[in-house]
Design a protein around this ligand. Structure first.
Ligand SMILES: Cc1cc2nc3c(=O)[nH]c(=O)nc-3n(C[C@H](O)[C@H](O)[C@H](O)COP(=O)(O)OP(=O)(O)OC[C@H]3O[C@@H](n4cnc5c(N)ncnc54)[C@H](O)[C@@H]3O)c2cc1C
Length: 455
């Protein structure tokens, strides 16, 4: 019998008390579901906030096998607990990669579906859900449903991006992408302002991958100065020696570790500005080179436990998306507020999204900005101000990163929420799937929770 433990998401805020149960088979999972009236699925625990926290968490860690793979079509079926890093370690050397990846490979495939994750290629390929052929899901009554875009389509669309609140994803079938090499041809460009980097994004729509790191403490005419990266999978023929010799197997890199929690005071306006200044100045004005796929997609994974640099009290990530037509004005305002508050955020990430995907999925066509802040009262006050700007410009916040938005903000920004709720209630009428986040936001209720109504 598992004991109660204190547990958190990647941001280490908030912390909750709960029991984690691990299962190895569908029958073990069915027994756990029958035993616990309320619970939530948990995968790699890489969601930043409280979406995978609850009194009872059903952890998929040991339910992690590849069930089938068709080399002709690239169609793969995996158990939802499989960690992306393990999938890539096995398949990249054989010339296959996932069609969409988040910025860490320590996520489970089930977690990628539940958050409908996006990568640096959303403007070209959409989010992960677009590549899923079918799902098998354990429902609240312990039965198993198969679904796809044509079969139980409502359940399929509500589960992709549904934050674990429609059932426990058991298996995921999706198409892998063939690659000739594990290298990315990367072009780096330094941009001196927000306008400059947004112009670069607009001119880079034909590139498969684009992302920019913004120095969000720079102000005035340098507001939004950034380093933009764009990339394409390198063909074997274009690789120089000796990379061509190891086209699908780049040498493993040494990993660094953050061995303890940093003291809070270490991250302040001065240390962070100094870091950002060095980062920006070291970036080349323009350069093309070949980088291995891990360095390109997962730069932060090279530092184990990097979440400790924000100290014991943890941190929050603020990620919003603003529709394209309003992005320039809104981003100027958001970055202006962030720069003048000087709350010690390192580099922020800017990406361009293509058209909207699912019901509760985060991406909508426009620019998305993501940045980390230490969890403390002055930051929460700043984030409330950012929310106001975000709402004025018809944006929304990413649920998988969220730990603090209000139920009111959610309702103003997710226009498909009540449609999604109808489907979730149809398949789980007793509302057995519950997370700390779903209770905080009243995600399963048509009205916001009482204490949140006036916020
Ligand atoms: C460094 C870093 C970079 C990131 N970059 C990106 C990015 O670029 N793009 C992006 O989209 N996201 C990004 N993320 C967020 C991350 O991809 C998502 O939070 C993802 O859902 C985490 O997967 P997980 O397995 O760790 O899920 P968990 O954190 O364990 O759970 C997240 C949600 O998924 C649900 N869930 C998990 N497993 C199942 C299951 N089997 N069935 C049903 N529901 C399930 C949980 O209930 C919860 O609601 C990043 C996170 C980190 C830490």
């Amino acid at each position: 019998m598992p004991t109660e433990q204190q547990i958190s998401g990647w941001g280490r805020f908030p912390k909750a008390q709960g029991q984690q149960h691990f299962y190895r088979s569908e029958s073990e999972l069915a027994a756990l579901v029958a035993e616990h009236p309320h619970c939530i699925a948990r995968g790699g625990g890489r969601a930043y906030g409280d979406s995978a926290l609850a009194g009872v968490m059903l952890n998929s860690k040991h339910f992690n096998h590849v069930r089938a793979f068709d080399r002709d079509s690239g169609l793969i079926t995996v158990e939802a607990g499989l960690i992306l890093a393990d999938l890539l370690a096995a398949f990249v050397p054989q010339g296959w990669i996932v069609p969409v990846t988040p910025g860490t490979q320590f996520v489970s495939i089930g977690g990628m579906v539940a958050s409908d994750v996006h990568g640096k290629n959303h403007h070209v390929d959409g989010s992960f859900g677009q590549h899923i052929q079918s799902l098998r899901i354990m429902m609240a009554d312990g039965s198993i449903q198969q679904c796809s875009a044509t079969d139980n389509a409502d359940l399929f669309h509500a589960t992709i991006g549904g934050m674990g609140l429609t059932g426990i994803i058991l298996t995921v079938s999706f198409r892998m992408l063939p690659i000739q090499s594990a290298w990315i041809r990367q072009e780096t460009r330094r941009c001196d302002s927000l306008d400059a980097v947004m112009d670069e994004f607009e001119q880079s729509q034909h590139w498969k991958y684009t992302v920019a790191w913004i120095d969000c403490l720079s102000q005035g005419e340098n507001l939004g100065r950034s380093v933009l990266f764009r990339g394409e999978h390198a063909s074997r023929a274009e690789l120089p020696m000796p990379l061509a010799e190891r086209a699908l197997a780049p040498k493993a890199k040494r990993k660094l570790n953050v061995p303890f929690n940093f003291p809070r005071g270490l991250l302040n306006r001065w240390t962070v500005s100094a870091f950002n200044e060095v980062y920006f100045r070291r970036a080349p004005e323009k350069r093309t080179d070949f980088v291995d796929y891990q360095s390109f997609f997962y730069p932060l994974d090279a530092i184990h436990n990097w979440n400790r640099i924000y100290g014991k009290k943890g941190f929050v990530q603020y990620q919003c998306v603003i529709p394209k037509a309003e992005s320039r004005e809104a981003l100027q305002k958001l970055l202006g507020l962030i720069a003048s508050a000087g709350e010690g955020s390192f580099l922020a990430v800017l990406k361009l999204f293509g058209p909207q995907d699912g019901l509760l999925s985060f991406p909508t066509e426009g620019y998305t900005l993501a940045l980390d802040f230490p969890a403390k009262p002055s930051v929460f006050a700043l984030l409330d101000r950012l929310d106001q700007v975000m709402l004025e410009h018809h944006g929304r916040i990413y649920l998988t990163k969220d730990a603090r938005m209000s139920a009111h903000t959610l309702r103003q920004s997710y226009s498909e929420l009540s449609h999604w709720q109808d489907i979730a209630n149809l398949y789980d009428p007793k509302q057995r799937w519950q997370s700390e986040q779903s209770s905080r936001l009243g995600l399963r209720q048509s009205e916001p929770p009482k204490e949140a109504q006036n916020s």
